[in-house]
Design a protein around this ligand. Structure first.
Ligand SMILES: [Zn+2]
Length: 491
């Protein structure tokens, strides 16, 4: 039985609405991967090695790391979207990732915001064999992501996994042997108007004429010279605006379409043909243990998903209990669902989110006189590019709940919504007691608080909402034996 506890739901909500670390605050990638002996050998025989064309199924284990208190997790919706983008980025490579196991949640503040050394400990403790281990954390050593060759794991920042980010594909590219096209320039500063030296960082500098493309930088002749080892914005031509000068004095701009470059994600398209050949050969020759029998699963018919066929409760029903069974017609080929339940019909902030096997669940501890909106997003091990259904709703009537108001008690907020000039609370409880009210925002930050002496006669209390920006807030009444929470909207 799944609990829809108010406090628990609130804690979960905090995890989802905390501002994500902006991508700009993090270095693009912490991987400094050279051309491995295997890759160097492959590049020598790339023209004689025919590429196989069968679809490669590669398993991924997603580990989502939160704090010691269990907060800060990347959302299930976020995982679905990011995994969808990852698979889209590998369509041309004919590689299909799938998640054979549920997400592994890890509560560890040290791993949540870790150094490389702590990240290594995380991977030693949690890596599973014969699978690509990916850890989604707050800050992987200050980067959007990195691949650790020695620990054979990938760490990713949840701030760099938006649906249009390609960090995950970039790190999997490293995992499958690819260096940066600017290999050798990592961490180096240079006046790009000056001709580049012949060597940088122990690597030959690639020339524009192609004369050393097979042995310089990343060793791929179909990735053009690129000396930019920092995040850069691309022009409408999908190139860098920064002009660079090769050792011969020839000038050029960088190709922004490559996932393995540091161009910002707007113009990223994919991998070069030779990069794809290398990744596929790397799987077949170096990581054959990853090649899995294709899961017996079909695509989810996305066009059928939009409307949920709810079997219980009927949309708009008024229920008189604090426990409700939600049930819907199974979506063909879906094995799991992300379920979201909100006390308002906006899903940008999520109060309750669960992963379910099967097409029903029981929610408990519902508040009385509240309309709940809920929707589901079907998925299976490799198909996560689905949308949420349109929401259904039900309303709770009078509920006897030990955690809420008792018979004869009253808590009213008005006007609600308010324009922010005033907000009043009518309060009457059965017992006299000391308490406190708090006004908290949608992130859980306490913005106002005041001690209260509650009496058994009706009190009208003026709540100080002046100066609060428009948005959704909660008035929390903290009593000796319970907490009561009410939603307030300032418009
Ligand atoms: Zn990288």
């Amino acid at each position: 039985m799944k609990k829809l506890s108010r406090l628990c739901s609130f804690a979960l909500a905090l995890a989802f609405v905390l501002p994500l670390t902006a991508q700009e605050d993090l270095a693009p990638c912490g991987t400094h991967l050279g051309v491995s002996p295997w890759l160097r050998d492959f590049q020598r025989r790339i023209d004689e090695t025919p590429r196989t064309d069968d679809l490669l199924y590669l398993p991924i284990q997603v580990h989502v790391v939160g704090t010691d208190e269990g907060s800060g997790y990347f959302s299930n919706k976020g995982i679905m979207d990011a995994f969808c983008t990852l698979n889209a980025d590998f369509v041309d490579a004919n590689i299909q990732f799938f998640m054979p196991n549920p997400v592994n949640f890890i509560d560890n503040s040290t791993f949540y915001d870790h150094t490389f050394q702590q990240g290594a400990a995380m991977m030693i403790q949690n890596n599973l064999p014969n699978i690509i281990n990916c850890y989604i954390v707050q800050s992987p050593a200050g980067n959007c992501g990195y691949f650790s060759p020695s620990r054979d794991g990938i760490a990713l920042s949840k701030g760099c996994l938006a649906p249009n980010d390609h960090t995950w594909a970039h790190e999997v590219g490293h995992f499958l042997s690819l260096p940066h096209p600017f290999f050798g320039w990592e961490g180096h500063d240079h006046d790009y108007d000056e001709p580049a030296p012949n060597n940088w960082g122990g690597s030959l500098v690639e020339r524009l004429d192609g004369s050393n493309c097979a042995v310089a930088a990343d060793g791929f002749c179909d990735t053009a010279p690129d000396y930019l080892s920092f995040r850069w914005s691309c022009t409408s031509n999908s190139t860098s605006s920064i002009q660079q000068t090769d050792p011969n004095g020839e000038t050029f701009v960088s190709d922004g379409t490559l996932i393995m470059s540091y161009s910002n994600d707007q113009c990223v398209v994919g991998f070069s043909d030779d990069q794809i050949s290398a990744m596929r050969a790397n799987v077949e020759e170096q990581r054959p243990n990853l090649i899995s029998v294709p899961p017996v699963l079909e695509d989810i018919a996305i066009e059928n998903v939009g409307q949920l066929t709810v079997t219980n409760p009927e949309p708009g029903t008024i229920v008189e209990t604090e426990t409700v069974t939600l049930e819907w017609e199974p979506v063909p080929n879906a094995t799991h669902y992300v379920l979201q339940i909100n006390p308002f019909n906006i899903f940008s902030i999520i109060f309750e989110e669960q992963i379910l096997e099967g097409s029903s669940t029981v929610v408990t501890e519902l508040r009385e006189d509240e309309t709940y909106y809920w929707r589901v997003r079907p998925f299976n091990a490799y198909e996560t590019c689905t949308a949420f259904t349109s929401p259904s709703s039900f309303t709770t009537g009078t509920i006897v709940s030990t955690n809420e108001l008792l018979a004869g008690e009253l808590l009213e907020l008005f006007p609600n919504p308010t324009n922010g000039d005033q907000l009043q609370m009518n309060l009457k409880l059965n017992d006299q007691q000391q308490g406190q009210y708090r006004i908290v925002d949608a992130t859980g930050a306490v913005l106002r608080s005041q001690e209260l002496s509650v009496t058994n006669s009706l009190q009208r209390i003026e709540l100080p909402v002046q100066g609060l920006p428009a948005g959704m807030y909660f008035v929390q009444l903290v009593l000796e034996d319970r907490q009561i929470m009410r939603k307030v909207v300032i418009h």
